[in-house]
Design a protein around this ligand. Structure first.
Ligand SMILES: Nc1ncnc2c1ncn2[C@@H]1O[C@H](COP(=O)(O)OP(=O)(O)OP(=O)(O)O)[C@@H](O)[C@H]1O
Length: 632
């Protein structure tokens, strides 16, 4: 009778075979681990290396968070839920990028292991090159969930880890990173794998849901079946190009991913035009066959409570969803309704401000407050699109405008904004030739698609944004001055974060919002944050708060030590005097914000708020009175 070898023995035998006899251990441990050992050994990594778990520099962290913004947004809820589910079982949770750098960590309150707690921090480099074999690096290399326990880690030092990880693949089939759970005790293999797999599947669904394609196609199992499973989705562009596949479609087609050249007809034996015509004329699902022979009924996907997506101008409303907008700064707050009235009267609005000051958030708020709020908000970043493509993006193209152009042509962003708002971000970077064409549209309210001679009437309101000084650009001949006059009906200047009059309460509000009310800032910490210069503006503040939230233990008050080093570093005397002189100095603002927060937390009860603040009721009344007087 064959007695199964206990897992610990198999791992020990595999290690002995590989490291002592130079053999490939087959059938003893997961091949993914053997492949990783081979890579580490080929890179001459020593098994007795010590690991440091250093974090990136602050600038590196900001860049990391920014370049993984979409993944972080998609992973935020699933990660939170996984953290709550596994915390009691002693698992810590980690999200890494595709290189193995930790993007977010949820350390278990039950984990006393200093090595795990040291590794599970945002910005720690946990790549294979740095820490050797890990579940994350195996999952990313093999594109499948992997368990790595104890001695299966290449480095002796990492034997305390027992980990399960699953890769996160985006709709194009690119591996964006991995989700990992780890603890010191042995894993329960089945449940650990299933937990990370379910979490990565949820993140992948979120990523698919974040696409705003021209047409989201839903595949049903049988023709006429209206109960499509909802997880068989294909995102398509106006020419039928495949912009993304849901994981289940990738499985069905056997495709690892898609690229810019893949079209609808590479998947189905049906011309894309026939699909579009069928949806337009009959509003019925249509049956189509994959090249593998499998038949599906295709229909536009139901998008939540909204109308099913139709093959007409479906807008890409915003690059990312803003946190709720707060324009509490007195000067700015007064201008918002004026800007909305300007839009309602047909005047364009120009938003000026440094990067990260909230120009996109403001554009969204203005659109939502305007009379055309029920129309599309169509955003285009003039700096992000190659010069050769931007004309087609803005103006669309006519039937047969170029070889391969879709039958019937395709609308551009301006046409998609008809009846709504066109938001031209970074307009200062628009090529000169295009500025002339845009000017003509603004003057005549008519546009002509590429390859067409027939003009079309369009009605949209215009919001533009830039961080550049357009008068200087106009003087240098880089920006048309006649266009400048056309776009600056009303100019709204977004203040630098450090210049906001409500800085301290803005910080408290963002903290409450980003941590769903679960965190408070200590008074010392708030004073320093309100005194910091914030070169990256609100974007940097959002990042700093997320950073602190990840570093602090659950329920802990946020202290300076939880924030990125540069923010926490002591201020120079010059900075101190710059930020604390004049009326309503930082300390006053901080005090007011701390008092407001205590009052809000105690439902306006002054006695309880005073107790919470550790001061007497009379003192609190006196301070409230003083603050009231100074603000009048
Ligand atoms: N008033 C606000 N309230 C809440 N969050 C805000 C506010 N303003 C900006 N943010 C947040 O700050 C970040 C940057 O905002 P946004 O993208 O609007 O800035 P921007 O000025 O358009 O930047 P860029 O010029 O670099 O594109 C986003 O995460 C956004 O949600």
């Amino acid at each position: 009778m064959n007695v199964p070898i206990p897992a610990d023995h198999r791992r020990a035998q595999a290690r002995e075979a590989f490291f002592e006899r130079g053999q490939i251990p087959t059938g003893l441990i997961d091949d993914a681990i053997v492949h990783s050992w081979q890579r580490c050994s080929a890179a001459s990594k020593s098994v007795s290396e010590q690991v440091q778990f250093d974090t990136l520099s602050r600038a590196g962290l900001v860049e990391l968070m920014d370049s993984n913004r979409i993944l972080l947004e998609a992973a935020s809820q699933p990660l939170e839920q996984l953290g709550q589910t596994v915390n009691g079982a002693g698992y810590s949770v980690l999200l890494t990028d595709s290189q193995g750098v930790a993007l977010a960590a949820r350390r278990s309150g039950r984990c006393a292991n200093t090595l795990i707690n040291g590794a599970f921090r945002q910005g720690v480099n946990l790549s294979e090159a740095t820490i050797g074999t890990s579940a994350m690096s195996c999952a990313v290399s093999e594109r499948r969930p992997v368990l790595v326990s104890g001695v299966e880690h290449y480095l002796h030092a990492n034997r305390v880890f027992n980990c399960a990880a699953s890769p996160i693949v985006d709709p194009m089939g690119r591996v964006l990173g991995a989700i990992d759970i780890t603890r010191g005790n042995a894993l329960e293999p089945g449940s650990a794998l299933s937990l990370v797999q379910q979490c990565s599947a949820r993140i992948e669904r979120q990523l698919m849901g974040m696409l705003s394609p021209w047409l989201m196609l839903s595949l049903g199992w049988e023709a006429g079946d209206r109960s499509a499973p909802g997880d068989l989705l294909v995102a398509l562009g106006p020419d039928g190009q495949v912009l993304g596949l849901s994981p289940r479609v990738r499985e069905l087609t056997g495709l690892a991913g898609t690229d810019a050249t893949m079209g609808f007809q590479d998947l189905f034996d049906l011309p894309f035009e026939a699909l579009v015509d069928s949806f337009r004329s009959r509003h019925q699902p249509i049956t189509a066959r994959m090249h593998s022979g499998l038949s599906f009924s295709l229909r536009p996907a139901e998008t939540g409570g909204r109308k099913p997506a139709r093959p007409v101008a479906v807008s890409q409303p915003c690059r990312r969803s803003p946190e709720s907008a707060d324009f509490g700064d007195a000067a700015l707050g007064r201008q918002v309704p004026v800007a909305i009235r300007a839009l309602d009267k047909g005047l364009p609005v120009l938003l000026l401000g440094e990067t990260g000051t909230g120009k996109e958030v403001m554009a969204t708020a203005l659109h939502k407050g305007s009379a055309l709020a029920s129309g599309n908000l169509v955003a285009i970043n003039c700096a992000a699109i190659p010069e050769t493509l931007i004309e087609g993006e803005l103006f669309g193209h006519a039937d047969g405008a170029y070889t391969g152009a879709r039958r019937g042509g395709a609308p551009g962003k301006i046409e998609q904004a008809d009846g709504g708002t066109l938001f031209l971000d970074e307009i200062g970077d628009m090529p000169l030739a295009l500025q002339s064409r845009l000017l003509r549209v603004l003057e005549t309210r008519e546009l002509t698609r590429l390859g067409s001679v027939a003009p079309k009437q369009v009605r949209f309101q215009l919001i533009c944004a830039t961080h550049r000084d357009l008068s200087v650009a106009a003087r240098n001949g880089e920006f048309r001055d006649d266009l400048l006059y056309r776009i600056k009906g009303m100019t709204l200047r977004l203040p630098r974060l450090a210049e906001r009059s409500d800085l301290a309460s803005f910080i408290v509000d963002r903290c409450r919002e980003l941590t769903q009310g679960s965190r408070q800032l200590s008074a010392v910490c708030l004073e320093r944050l309100a005194d910091y210069d914030w070169p990256g503006n609100v974007r940097e503040l959002v990042f700093a708060l997320r950073h602190a939230d990840a570093f602090a233990e659950p329920g802990e008050v946020l202290e300076l030590g939880h924030f990125p080093e540069e923010i926490a570093a002591p201020r120079t005397a010059a900075a101190r005097s710059r930020r604390t002189t004049g009326e309503g100095g930082t300390l006053d603002l901080v005090e007011r914000a701390v008092i407001d927060e205590a009052l809000a937390l105690e439902g306006g009860n002054v006695s309880r708020a005073a107790k919470r603040l550790g001061i007497g009721r009379a003192t609190l009344y006196r301070r409230l009175k003083a603050a009231g007087q100074s603000s009048h």
